[in-house]
Design a protein around this ligand. Sequence first.
Ligand code: AMP
Length: 227
Amino acid sequence: MARIAIIMLGPPGAGKGTQARRLGEAFNFPSISTGDMFREELNNQTELGKKAQAYMESGGLVPDEVVDAMVKTRLSRKDCKHGFILDGYPRTIHQAEFLQGLIVEEDAQVLTIGIHVEDEVLVNRLSSRWTCPKCGKMFNAKSSPSRAGDRCDACGTPLGQRKDDSPGVVRERLAVYRRETKPLIEYFQERGSYVEINGADSVDTIFGNILQVVKQKQENRTSASLP
Ligand code: AMP
C-alpha cells in the first residue's frame, strides 16, 4: 500500500494537535508534533532542547536546518513505514521542500489538511488552553475541560499552561504564522494536495470532516490505479 503523509496546517490554536492525535489513533499512524519533540528535548535539557528554547519562548521559529534534521531522523523510524501525520511541520517553504525530498517514493500520497480559524477565536482558545506536560493532551478550560479537573484525564499528571500561550507570545506566533507558514497554503494548493476544513466547528465535527477527506483521497487513489 502506498505510504500516506498527512500534513496538518494551520495557525497556533487551530486544533492541529488534537486532530492529529485522533487521526493517528484512527489510522494507527504516528502523529508527530515537532513542538512536542522540542518541548521534550527541553524538559530533558538536551543540546537540541537548549538550542530551541529561546526561539520557542519568543514565539519565533527554530532554524530550518535544526528542525529538518530532527524530522528526517524521526521519519526514518519503522513506525512511519505505512504513513504518518505531521503536526507543526512544515512551517516554511524551505521545510516543505526538504520534506518533499524525504518522501521519495513515487506512489506516496501527500494530503495537506488546512484548518481555518479566525484570529480572535485563536487568541481566546490559546489563553484558556491547558496542556498535559507528560503526554501532551490538550484541554480547554471553557470548551473541553479535563474530566479529572486540574489533572490530565488520560495520564493523571497535573495540567499546566504553556509559556508561549501568553498573550504577547501568541501575537508573535500568529505574526510568524502569517509571514512564514501561510504561504504554504498556496504551495500545497499548487501541488493539488490541499484541502481546507472549517476549524470553528466542534472537535468531533472537524474530526468527522477530516476522516471523510482522508477516505476520499484513499478511494480516489485506489480507483485511479485500477486497470
Ligand atoms: P507548536 O507546539 O507546534 O506550537 O510549536 C511550539 C514552538 O516550537 C514553535 O513556536 C516554534 O518555536 C517551535 N517549532 C515547532 N515546530 C517548528 C517548525 N516546524 N519549525 C520551526 N520551529 C518549530
